[in-house]
Design a protein around this ligand. Structure first.
Ligand SMILES: [Zn+2]
Length: 326
């Protein structure tokens, strides 16, 4: 993308004439010619550091202001309305999936997935996702108060804030490929040790109810991406299910200078939303910093997270979109 303005129009025209002559014998050149056409007539390229981590962090603060976003509560409903109105003003199309989920205990809960679509008719698409609900109980290994709700600064708010920053960047400079941003509900409600345990509900619903049009060629889940001490290792189920996408994302991180955060080594293996997408054949990976002592505790609060970390992951997400196919 950075090379776009360097291609002077007369040169591009001359190249196109040569390419036209060669096109019939070399089909690959036809694809190159298409690219040059886009260069000489396309919009100006987006700036190199287009993701605004400071603005994205403001979204995180707004989320925290609602209180814990637990299924069936007022803050959960307020958050849904906020997401809906915000995404409607940014996306080309907003798909809202709304349904009732009956829990293992027999409670009926209203859930919603929000799918913000950019360039919805493009056949080459990528999917980024994050869960927007938060956990009702602090039952993590470091919790001293298991009955308290998890505030969810990192586990919930961070991935959403990052995706909203991506939505802002795509509104300013529309993508050449199709991009779907899935804000999924009900990831963190119940018990991860039961099957099915009222967890990963939204991603399972999305997997069973595909949106119209082309399937994403890959999906990246962003979960717990704002720890002040951000270190992202490669996750086990991602390496097993979609190793080529792990390589792609870590290569993008190197290209934008974040190889110090995106560490080229495996560490944890997690049951997370990406597993539900893998089950229906989507090449999905998890970008997650699981070395986070306040995980599933009342201490998952805003002082543990930073705009700088959201910026780092946002830079990588934007690089995946802008560098796709280049
Ligand atoms: Zn969680």
């Amino acid at each position: 993308m950075a090379a776009r303005p360097a291609v002077a129009k007369p040169e591009a025209t001359r190249l196109r004439v040569i390419i036209r002559a060669m096109r019939s014998r070399f089909p690959m050149i036809a694809a190159l010619a298409f690219g040059l056409g886009a260069c000489s007539h396309g919009a100006p390229p987006p700036p190199a550091h287009e993701f605004d981590g400071t603005a994205a962090f403001e979204y995180l603060k707004t989320e925290m202001g609602f209180g814990p976003r637990i299924l069936g509560t007022k803050p959960h409903e307020q958050m849904a309305q906020w997401l809906d109105s915000l995404l409607r003003r940014r996306a080309d199309t907003l798909v809202v999936q709304a349904w009732t989920h009956v829990t293992a205990k027999g409670d009926s809960l209203r859930l919603r997935n929000f799918i913000a679509r950019f360039n919805p008719t493009a056949t080459t698409r990528v999917l980024f996702l994050a869960h927007w609900d938060t956990r009702p109980h602090s039952d993590g290994p470091n919790s001293k108060n298991p009955k308290a709700p998890v505030p969810g600064a990192n586990d919930g708010a961070s991935g959403v804030a990052m995706l909203l920053g991506v939505a802002d960047a795509l509104k300013r400079h529309p993508p050449a490929i199709g991009v779907d941003l899935l804000f999924d509900d009900g990831e963190d409600y119940g018990d991860f040790n039961q099957e099915p345990g009222d967890v990963l509900i939204g991603s399972r619903y999305y997997a069973a109810h595909p949106v119209p049009g082309a399937r994403p060629k890959y999906a990246v889940l962003f979960d717990m991406v704002a720890d002040k001490d951000l270190q992202i290792y490669q996750e086990g189920n991602s390496l097993t299910g979609a190793p080529e996408i792990v390589s792609l994302v870590w290569a993008a991180a190197r290209k934008v200078g974040h190889q110090d955060v995106f560490i080229d080594a495996p560490k944890h293996t997690l049951t997370d939303d990406h597993v539900e997408l893998q089950k229906v054949g989507i090449k999905a990976i998890d970008v997650v910093d699981f070395d986070y002592p306040p995980w599933h505790t009342p201490e998952d609060t805003i002082d543990k997270v930073s705009a700088a970390s959201v910026q780092t992951v946002g830079d990588v997400a934007m690089a995946l979109i802008r560098l796709d196919g280049t």
